[in-house]
Structure formats: C-alpha cells, structure tokens
Design a binder for this molecule. Structure first.
Ligand SMILES: [Zn+2]
Ligand SMILES: [Zn+2]
Length: 376
C-alpha cells in the first residue's frame, strides 16, 4: 500500500512523495492521519539544527483514526478496546528496552541510548514508520498509542504530545518532598510560566487544573497573554511594560504571597536569559523547571551561587514517559469545555501549503501550525 507523505529531503527542502506502507503485521496498528502539528523542534530541523539522517518524514504530534488493527492487537496502551475507525493518537518516542537506562531508569525514556522517535527517522529505516506528515502511519508493537475518549474532537488528539511535555514539566515541580509545609508543589501554590507559546499555555492549564492558586504568565505579546488568561493564567505580566530585569523580577514577585516570588517557575520561552531570570523570580527554596531549551538556543551568563544561595531545586524536563499521554488526554477531556484548546490551531494547511505553515510556526504567528494530509 502507498501513502502520500511530505518528506524533508534535507533541511529547508520539502517534497511530496509516495511511500510504501507494508502489510499490517499481527501486532501493528495502521493510522490514517488527520493532522500533525509543527513543533518548535520541527522548525529547528527545517533550519538545519538537527543531526538526522535525511530524508525524514517529520511530524511527532499527530492524531487520526484507526485504519487497520493487526489480529493480535486487542487494546490500546491503556487497555481500552481498539477497533477500526476509532480516534487515536500515538506516543512518538520508542525506547530500545535493552540499554542500562531502559533497565534502570524506565520513567525517563529520553535517557535511552537507542531511542526511536516518529517524525525524526530516515524514510527507509523501517518501512511505514514515519512521521505524521503522511496519510498513513504504521504503529508497530514497540510504540504506545491511545484511543481518544468518545466525544472528544479528534484534532485535539494532536495536542496530547505537547500537553504531555507541559504536564510533565509542571509535575516535575512536585518533587522533591511532599506538597505541604511549602515543600514541593501543591494546592494553592503559585507558579510563574515564562513564555506563552503552546507548551507555556498548556502548562498554565495543567497548573490551574492541578490546584495552583496563582498562575502568572510572563510574555511580551499581548495577544498571547490574553489567550493565557483563557488557558488558566490568573495574572499576566507583559515584560515590555518593565524597565530592566530587576523591575520585571520585582513585578512578578509582587503578585505572590509575601511578595517573595512564586513557588514554582516553568521556563517555557526557550530564551537563554529567561533561565537566569527564572532563577531570580522563584522564591528562595522554590523550584525552577527548565523545559524551553529542548534544542540549542544560545547561552547565558549564569551565576551558580544564586542557585545555592536560594536553595533552589532546578529540574530539566525533556519529553515524558508514555503514560504521560494518559494524563494529557484526560486533561484535554476534562478541560475541553472551558479551555479554548482548538484556538492553538490557527494555521491549518495541506501538503501544498506546508512551507507557509513552517514559516508561520517559525515566526510565532501560529501557535501550532498543523498539516492535514487529507486536506483541511
Ligand atoms: Zn513537539
Ligand atoms: Zn534503551
């Protein structure tokens, strides 16, 4: 069987091609892709910032419908029955299951020494296992996949991936300690999020749903800050309103209990200076989660003494374990009625207009540009 796909021949060069999808094996599931998001990492790939074996079919944030179920497959990764026509989303990362990290640190799959990720693989690596910029994607038995709840818009399934990134970044703030006596994160605590892009906005929703008392969004774009309020931010801070870093830091702190700064700061802007700012914004004994710099974005002068003086917990957060998709899908389901998730999809294109979609994602015009292999 053939599948029409958008192939990145090399960075900056996209072409439409017909690719072979092998026959369905007993443990495989075939997905007919409805949409696939263009992530910051896809923009990075397009700009030549990733060392991959091109050509690659990009797309690691996709959802669609089940087009075929292998005879031995009875359920999704949660145990729910799966059948042709069901709405589905796929966890793009696949661990090797054999290395030291897979044996010893299974909750941190990005540490795996031989990890495959849909959307970053050479087209010939394993036939049919491509990325979401393809009409059909084969999900083999190594991958995790989830049926979407009844009544949920299939398109929202494409947010399960970035929402997994966002919910894990937020949950990284829970540790260490128990969420009382102002240790760790818990009900009524304050969180500041730097960067109102998709991950920052989704982290705001996660924090609100997770019981945060104050959710402070920091960004420079008024329209993004307005959207942040609808995603759960209780306060917004436009840093262009402040003269100098110190004024901004004081401005954020003034919104928190005792004006000491938020219990948790999530750096989702991916701007190097935001990290040093985040260290200062967090209250002493608080937590900083760094999720924005998943790819190299430059460097910053960092004074390590401040981390020690402030007795700060600093966590990196890269991707998530597959079960994080359950958290994300459940949150999409719970909040679907109140949070305008769909508004993140403000640039929908087919294969022909894919370059426009990349441009709008790169410029920040689009929150999450999406490619729709079957047409918009
Ligand atoms: Zn992504
Ligand atoms: Zn491994």
């Amino acid at each position: 069987m053939q599948s029409s796909a958008l192939v990145m021949e090399e960075p900056g060069s996209l072409a439409q091609r017909e690719l072979e999808v092998p026959d369905l094996g007993p443990n495989d599931v075939l997905v007919e892709v409805e949409l696939s998001g263009i992530c910051g990492s896809d923009v990075h790939m397009n700009d030549g910032g990733m060392d991959l074996e091109f050509p690659v079919v990009p797309g690691h944030e996709f959802a669609g419908r089940v087009a075929g179920v292998g005879e031995s497959v009875e359920s999704d990764s949660k145990g729910d029955p799966i059948a042709e026509g069901d709405p589905i989303t796929v966890v793009p990362g696949i661990v090797c299951g054999e290395c030291w990290y897979c044996d010893n640190v299974p909750a941190r799959p990005t540490t795996c020494e031989d990890r495959d990720v849909y959307g970053f693989l050479n087209v010939d690596y394993r036939q049919g296992i491509h990325g979401g910029f393809s009409e059909y994607v084969l999900v083999d038995d190594r991958a995790s996949f989830y049926r979407l709840p009844d009544g949920m818009d299939v398109e929202l399934g494409a947010l399960a991936e970035p929402l997994s990134v966002a919910t894990r970044a937020f949950e990284r703030g829970f540790a260490p300690g128990v969420p009382d006596a102002r240790e760790g994160f818990g009900i009524g605590k304050s969180v500041a999020i730097q960067g109102a892009g998709p991950v920052g906005l989704l982290a705001a929703s996660a924090a609100k749903a997770g019981g945060a008392g104050e959710v402070i969004m920091v960004d420079a774009v008024e329209e993004r800050l307005e959207l942040a309020e609808r995603f759960g931010a209780t306060e917004t801070v436009n840093f262009t309103d402040y003269e100098g870093e110190e004024a901004l830091i004081d401005g954020v702190k003034s919104l928190t209990s005792g004006h000491v700064g938020p219990d948790l700061v999530i750096e989702a802007a991916g701007v190097p200076d935001a990290v040093t700012q985040g260290i200062e914004i967090a209250r002493d004994g608080g937590t900083l989660v760094e999720v924005g710099h998943y790819a190299y974005n430059g460097e910053t002068d960092l004074n390590p003494t401040r981390i020690v003086q402030k007795d700060l917990d600093v966590h990196g957060s890269l991707a998530y374990p597959p079960i994080q998709f359950e958290t994300a899908i459940s949150l999409l389901d719970q909040l679907g009625g109140e949070v305008p998730f769909r508004e993140l999809f403000n640039c929908k294109t087919d294969f022909e207009d894919a370059e426009t979609a990349y441009e709008r994602q790169a410029s920040g015009e689009a929150y999450r540009a999406t490619i729709h292999p079957g047409g918009v």
